[in-house]
Design a protein around this ligand. Sequence first.
Ligand code: MEV
Length: 312
Amino acid sequence: MTVRSAPGKVILFGEHAVVYGKPALAVPVNAVKAQAEVTEQADAASGTVRIEAPDAGIDLWLHEMPGDDPLAMAVRLVFAEIGRKPPAALHIRVESDIPLASGMGSSAAVSVAVLRALAAHLGHELPPERASALAFEVEKLHHGTPSGIDNTVVAYEQPVYFIPGSAPRILNVTAAFTLMIGDTGETSATREVVAAVRERWNADPTSMEPVFSEIGSLTDRALRLIEHGEASSLGPLMDRNQALLKKIDVSSTGLERLINAAKQAGALGAKLSGAGRGGVMIALVTPDSSAAVEAALRDAGAVRTIRTEVGA
Ligand code: MEV
């Protein structure tokens, strides 16, 4: 049996602006993960592949799956990458505890886990840049015009500074910091939110471009603070990024409720994370405020809270 996994992620700064070529910062969240397990399926014809994803209600043979099915595509990409099909029949089982459609990179993590497990089972460990590049192809099926940040942070499993089309910069986090993630429990399709922002941009590029530019500058300032050991000063930058995301109409009542609750309970800054209009928010907390922020998020309706250390 070959097992590989991939973590969830949150975006610290720069979501949406990154689709328009601006930089963004993202970090892996190791408390949640997608896992793929590859075993030999003794009772089936060689060369066949059974794909099972119980959470998604999928249990199908590869040859029955449509060409644009993301799991089927991940499997076919591995065969193309290593230039051969398996000699025996295989069974791939996928599981994930990353909240679905919530901004935590669940689709990218599932792809990376499957790509890695299958390639490894066939004797080929995929390096992060290949796992990321192949997962990006699958992300396009899921999300239309992704920037590539989700597959990058999930495949490198490190905090990254990302500009579309360039190799990621792995962050040198000189002083660890803590984020509290709050899940609104409202799902949101990245494809639709990105398309809504695109419509707005097409209708009025002159008012959208300064917003994206300012988000890009916040991301650059955040990069410097993190690398200089001053992550505790990120709060106001997160608040400003949130105000700009609200301006382009990707926040939601549920997100605002959690963000306000976190701030009132002592978070240094808070913002939505991912595509928005549902999904998760993040709050920058200290050892002193962490428990109070978590309790406040629960009281304000968070269906799940996850504490994650960056750079620990
Ligand atoms: C999704 O995690 C972040 C977005 O910026 C979309 C993308 O970068 O592909 C909203």
